[in-house]
Write a protein that binds this ligand. Structure first.
Ligand SMILES: [Zn+2]
Length: 302
C-alpha cells in the first residue's frame, strides 16, 4: 500500500536554522560566537520570552549576563549566529510561552524558540548527574552537561510519543476526551513509547487500551513528526484505519470517545459544543488532514 503523504502544516517543524556539527566544536569556536557583535541572543526566563508584535526580541551578547546558561542555536541563511541564554528567574508578566506565540511567529523565530524551550527544560532538570548524583557542568556550547565526579556526559533527551487519528470504514474520525480535560475538548489519541516498544507497537497498545480499538500493523500510516517540548516529547503522527465502528473509552485516561463524520464535526464545532486542539499541535494537523481543509481558528483551543 502506498503511504499517505506527510503533513505539511506542522508549525513547530518549520525549522530554518542550521545547527552546527558538534563533533568538531571547540571552546575557541564557542568563544568567538559569544564575542561576536553580530550574534543574536534570545533571553529565556522560566520557558518564556519577550516577543512584542509576535517577533522575538534579541539581545546583543554584551547585554546578557555571562553567568547564565548559554546555548548555541546555530546559524541562519545569512550566517547570523544565534544563542539562547537561559535564566531561571521568573518571567515578567508580559512575556509569553511557546503555546501562546507558536502560531504567529515567523519560521525562523519558531525554530529558535522551540529549540530554546526544549534545551532550557533539559538544563533546568539536569543540574545533577543521574549516574552518581553530583553536580553537572555545562559544556559543548550548552549541549552537554558533564559530571566531573564519575565522568559521564549527559545530553538533552527527547521522549518519543505516538499520536494517532483513527478513521473507520465509513471515513469517520474517532476523537476522545481525556478525564482531565474540559467537557468540550476533544482530540486524537496519544501516548509515550514505552521501553522495548516500537512506535507502531505503542500505537496499537494505546488505541486498544484507551479506546478499545484494534489496529492492524498494515493499516498504520506515518504522517510526520513534530517536537513538543512540554517538557521533552517528539510526537510521531499517524493515521490508523480500522475495521470496526465501535469504540469504548477506558474511563481511566479517556472519559469519552466519539465518532464524527465531517458534517457532524462541523456542526459540533460551529455550535461551540466542542473545541479541537490548538493551531501549533500535530493533533490539529492530523484532524485537518482527514477533514480536507483548514480548520477555522474559532474551532480550535487557543
Ligand atoms: Zn556523575
Amino acid at each position: 500500500m502506498k503511504p499517505d503523504p506527510l503533513l505539511t502544516s506542522l508549525i513547530l517543524s518549520r525549522s530554518q536554522i542550521r545547527r552546527r556539527n558538534r563533533e568538531i566544536w571547540t571552546d575557541l569556536d564557542w568563544s568567538a560566537v559569544k564575542s561576536n557583535s553580530a550574534t543574536k541572543v534570545i533571553l529565556i526566563k522560566s520557558g518564556k520570552v519577550f516577543a512584542p508584535n509576535n517577533e522575538l526580541q534579541f539581545q546583543k551578547v554584551s547585554e546578557v549576563d555571562p553567568a547564565l546558561i548559554w546555548v548555541d542555536l546555530g546559524i541562519d541563511d545569512f550566517s547570523t549566529p544565534y544563542i539562547a541564554a537561559i535564566d531561571e528567574s521568573a518571567a515578567p508578566a508580559q512575556w509569553q510561552d511557546l503555546r501562546e506565540l507558536g502560531s504567529n511567529l515567523s519560521d525562523i523565530d519558531i525554530a529558535l524558540l522551540v529549540t530554546s524551550v526544549a534545551v532550557s527544560n533539559w538544563h533546568l532538570k539536569n543540574k545533577f548527574c543521574s549516574n552518581c548524583g553530583d553536580v553537572t557542568i555545562v559544556e559543548t556550547a550548552g549541549w552537554t552537561r558533564k559530571c566531573n565526579t564519575c565522568g559521564v556526559s549527559h545530553h538533552p533527551r527527547t521522549d518519543p510519543a505516538i499520536i494517532s487519528l483513527v478513521v473507520d470504514q465509513q471515513d469517520r474520525a474517532l476523537l476522545g476526551r481525556r478525564v482531565d480535560w474540559s467537557e468540550d475538548f476533544y482530540s486524537t489519541f496519544a501516548g509515550f513509547v514505552e521501553a522495548g516498544e516500537s512506535a507502531e507497537m505503542a500505537l496499537i497498545r494505546e488505541l486498544r487500551e484507551e479506546a478499545g480499538v484494534i489496529v492492524n500493523y498494515e493499516d498504520i500510516n506515518y504522517k510526520g513528526s513534530q517536537v513538543w517540548p512540554f517538557p521533552a516529547s517528539l510526537m510521531l503522527g499517524y493515521i490508523a484505519k480500522v475495521n470496526q465502528s465501535t469504540a469504548v473509552a477506558d474511563g481511566y485516561e479517556i472519559a469519552e470517545v466519539r465518532w464524527f463524520t465531517r458534517a457532524q464535526l462541523q456542526a459540533a464545532c460551529t455550535s461551540g459544543e466542542i473545541k479541537l486542539p490548538s493551531k501549533i499541535s500535530i493533533a490539529r494537523a492530523l484532524i485537518e488532514d482527514w477533514y480536507g481543509e483548514e480548520l477555522p481558528t474559532s474551532w480550535l483551543r487557543p
